[in-house]
Write a new protein. Structure first.
Length: 55
């Protein structure tokens, strides 16, 4: 789990101002499927970051 409390306050403020919230979780399956089709392997930490911050 990403520890957002460890981020710089200015970064967290920018994320909040952009509409992000700590419980945000989007479905990144389409991105991961596309990357796998191109031969890439999913990295669990990258998947976690995309789920929380991706658009």
């Amino acid at each position: 789990m990403i520890n957002f409390d460890s981020l710089q306050p200015a970064l967290v403020r920018s994320l909040l101002d952009a509409g992000w919230h700590p419980q945000r979780a989007i479905d990144v399956t389409p991105w991961l499927d596309s990357l796998r089709q191109e031969g890439y392997q999913a990295n669990p930490k990258a998947e976690e970051i995309l789920t929380a911050l991706g658009d």
